[in-house]
Design a protein around this ligand. Structure first.
Ligand code: AMP
Ligand code: MG
Length: 380
């Protein structure tokens, strides 16, 4: 589940992967999904899993009843397609692209209530995290050669990074979520929104709501590793068994826990998108306060009451690191997290105490588990 993209990333020549979809990537995504199932980190024997490609990743629903799974797929597919049309920055006709195109013109762009909801949540998390999570990260991503920018030949210099940081000042975004229709406005010309750190989570919540309203009772929804549980996998199970994968060894499932009805889990990893500049690999999660890619973290997993929160927080905690992240997480009731620093030579997993209690070890696990609250070396 969590370390979803590692399987299909090219091993020998990992020069650049920047999130764009093509046939080869779709094939790899589907192969990856197959690999996940074959390794049995999450899938249980009697479940039907139906999957398809959307939003640049693999979506799936899992259910004990094969007919219900097909039916759920139809509902979820419609929801995810609608979200993609609204929130993708790869689509020039999306609502988000319209807001981005109008940046600096002074004209507010009408958006759907759903887009306004995601944007409002992103700005709130941005504010709460002091800009560690920032939906205006796109100019920073572009300075490093992501988000459709030309391949960077060298890391951006301080002046370039400062200019990108200035464009990421979220306090200037004008969102009127109460208007009918809601509107959004970016005041400076080169400001650009990128909701890639939270949109998939919101889409899972929207699918979860639609499936529940349609009468589904027991399903696991998966959008590129963002999972949300409805009911339980089988009567009496109490939820859906979920695995934590080792980011350094795709074959190893480190631990398992039960995702209860309504709960969501999301993972942010440094292996999912990256660019390589002068032989150095830079991963896709930025610290928007410095305009530098975050280094030193391999993956962060968050369990939360909604998928949007799990998604947003996993990115925020990736940037904040173990110590500050754990402190920040205290403000979020019902949320737990685990961090795996990028130290394959001394593999360790830091876990908040609530999640530590729920983890069950798996044979062959390689990471040392440390409950957060004990002394933590090397945290940002
Ligand atoms: P996730 O995989 O959910 O952690 O989202 C990572 C994606 O969010 C990246 O590929 C960027 O598009 C975007 N992003 C990168 N850094 C940040 C950040 N600090 N805050 C918000 N979004 C970010
Ligand atoms: Mg995220």
């Amino acid at each position: 589940m969590q370390n979803r993209a590692k399987f299909w990333l090219p091993r020998r020549r990992p020069l650049r992967y920047d999130g764009r979809m093509n046939t080869l990537r779709i094939a790899r995504l589907l192969l990856l999904a197959g690999a996940v199932l074959a390794q049995g980190c999450r899938k249980e024997a009697r479940l039907t899993r139906v999957q398809w490609v959307v939003m640049g990743t693999v979506a799936a629903v899992q259910c004990a009843d094969a007919r219900a799974a097909q039916d759920a797929r139809d509902t979820a597919r419609e929801v995810f397609a609608r979200m993609d049309a609204a929130l993708s920055t790869w689509r020039t006709d999306s609502e988000l692209s319209a807001v981005n195109k109008a940046a600096g013109t002074g004209a507010a762009t009408a958006v759907s209530p759903e887009t306004a909801t995601v944007l409002a949540a992103a700005l709130e998390l941005c504010d709460a995290s002091g800009g560690a999570f920032n939906p205006l990260v796109s100019p920073i991503m572009r300075a490093w050669g992501f988000n459709g920018a030309a391949t960077a030949l060298a890391p951006p210099d301080a002046a370039t990074r400062d200019a990108a940081i200035a464009l990421a000042d979220w306090r200037h975004v004008a969102l009127d979520a109460a208007a009918s229709p809601p509107t959004a406005l970016l005041p400076k010309q080169d400001m650009r929104l990128d909701l890639g750190a939270i949109a998939k989570g919101y889409a899972v919540d929207a699918a979860w709501d639609a499936l529940k309203a349609a009468g589904h009772t027991n399903l696991l929804i998966d959008l590129g590793g963002e999972l949300r549980a409805l009911g339980e996998a089988a009567p009496g199970r109490g939820g859906w068994r979920t695995g934590v994968r080792n980011p350094f060894d795709k074959n190893v499932c480190e631990a398992q826990f039960l995702l209860a009805d309504g709960e969501a889990v999301a993972t942010s990893g440094n292996y999912e998108r990256f660019v390589e500049i002068n032989g150095v690999r830079y991963a896709h999660i930025m610290d928007p306060r410095t305009a530098m890619p975050v280094s030193g973290m391999a993956s962060v997993t968050v369990v939360a009451p909604t998928s949007m929160l799990a998604d947003g927080l996993s990115t925020a905690l990736f940037v904040l690191g173990v110590e500050r992240g754990a402190e920040f997480l205290r403000g979020y009731t019902g949320c737990e997290a685990l961090w795996i620093p990028d130290t394959p030579e001394s593999p360790v997993m830091f876990v908040t105490s609530g999640l530590a209690k729920r983890l069950t070890p798996v044979g062959g696990a390689k990471l040392n588990v440390r409950v957060v609250g004990t002394a933590i070396p090397g945290s940002n």
